[in-house]
Design a binder for this molecule. Structure first.
Ligand code: KG4
Ligand code: ZN
Length: 331
């Protein structure tokens, strides 16, 4: 049987991305244009600018993807597009572009949930990976522990009751005047610091939910009260408090639910301390398998959207042209 070729579009936030995937994991093209240089001037993503930039970039990026894949647009099997969660104006640009293509090429449209995309990024990197498994989903908007019983059903085991992990990184970076986006900046600084400060780990011993706003506030008070600190040490201490909590709760959930496979997904999975901690856990627990995507598939990209689209394609789960953007789409 011929393997389907999925063309995909991701425009939920400040990355304009398209990809072409053949079958389960043959990557024909994977292109991302980051808008970080524009948004960092404003200290965060400006939704209006994000939408306009998506509009500017999508056409050229699409042409380049087909060129790189060395196929004609007529050869694709379907168009997959992120329809939520994300910024409504940004989502609508990708969605309308996808609809135009679907109409023009007479190909089916597939609506993809961005969160599923992050999780499915792992299937591109690890062909033998199969549910059931536990997911630690950590991005700018979400922090969740999920129990994936099969490819389509994810049960929420725990989630943040206030800030997402990535959001905490971004807010703390702003507080320390490090600029946007905060995650990579704190990650880099922390590599030259020592975690000598004892910042709180809210809810550490309580269930599977997370809370990071208290940690952020503690850090704010700390910087107000002291002026003789090394910013590298503050970054390392904050990062340790947050990541240690993520790892602790995920490991506890895996043990309690008797799951022996864990996958990490989302932008914060790019964090070098998190990745190191996971390698340590792997070495400690030989009967536990832990997966995390390569760096370029952790942060927003369209390849993960194509991979999630593939699962819908093989199940004939298509959308019609009335598909709308859902900014607060859940799992
Ligand atoms: O998954 P993603 O690209 O977008 C969302 O769907 O939210 O995640 C972006 C988030 C941002 O908050 C960013 O600061 C964080 O991921 N991030 C990191 C790192 N790289 C990106 N956080 C910690 N360490 C990193 N190296
Ligand atoms: Zn994302």
């Amino acid at each position: 049987k011929e393997e389907p070729i999925i063309f995909s579009i991701e425009t939920s936030c400040d990355e304009t991305a398209v990809a072409i995937l053949k079958g389960r994991n043959t990557v024909l093209s994977n292109l991302v244009v980051s808008q970080i240089d524009i948004h960092k001037i404003f200290g965060g993503v400006v939704p209006e600018i994000a939408a306009r930039k998506h509009l500017n970039y999508l056409n050229q990026l699409t042409n380049k993807a087909f060129e790189e894949a060395n196929i004609k647009p007529e050869e694709i099997s379907a168009i997959a597009v992120t329809y939520g969660p994300g910024l409504v104006g940004a989502l609508l640009i990708g969605l309308n572009f996808a609809k135009g293509l679907a109409l023009n090429l007479n190909k089916p449209l597939i609506g993809v949930n961005h969160l599923y995309g992050h999780i499915y990024a792992n299937f591109i990197a690890f062909d033998d990976l199969e549910p059931p498994f536990l997911v630690l989903l950590v991005s700018g908007g979400h922090t969740m522990i999920l129990h994936a019983k099969d490819y389509l059903h994810f049960e929420i085991i725990g989630q943040t009751i206030d800030d997402a992990a990535g959001e905490a990184f971004d807010k703390v970076a702003r507080l320390l005047n490090l600029g946007y986006p905060g995650g990579p900046k704190i990650d880099k600084l922390a590599q030259n610091g020592k975690p000598i400060y004892d910042f709180p780990k809210p809810l550490y011993h309580k269930g599977y939910d997370f809370s990071f706003s208290g940690l952020k506030t503690a850090l704010l008070y700390f910087t107000k009260k002291n002026d003789n600190y090394k910013i590298e040490d503050v970054a390392a201490s904050f990062q340790k408090a947050l990541i240690d909590t993520l790892i602790h709760k995920t490991m506890k959930a895996a043990k309690d639910l008797k799951v022996d496979k864990i996958i990490i997904a989302g932008g914060v999975a790019a964090n070098s301390y998190l990745r190191k901690r996971i390698e340590d856990e792997k070495a400690k627990r030989k009967n536990m398998k832990i997966y995390f995507p390569p760096l370029n598939l952790c942060t927003d990209n369209a390849l993960m959207i194509a991979r999630a689209g593939y699962e819908k394609f093989i199940r004939n789960s298509f959308a019609d042209l009335s598909l709308d953007a859902v900014p607060n789409l859940g799992l």
